[in-house]
Write a protein that binds this ligand. Sequence first.
Ligand SMILES: [Zn+2]
Length: 82
Amino acid sequence: MICKYKFKDFKCKETVDTDQEYCILHREFPEDPQSIEFSAVLSAKYDKVQEKISKRDYKFVGVSAGPNLTPRADPILTPLDD
Ligand SMILES: [Zn+2]
């Protein structure tokens, strides 16, 4: 399956697991930031971002970096300390 995310003329082409509608980049975060699921999603998103950057793929349309992340100019996403 392919991720269902669309925005204007952008259509995500990431493949997804059969039980998911959206790829890891476009998946919502679980509600509880302290949960194991939340850390799993966060770390999977981070890995995917690193993978895309390593392939010089800088298209991050509609990607949520999460409540505790902020984009930096370089453009690696880095968690902020409270
Ligand atoms: Zn997607």
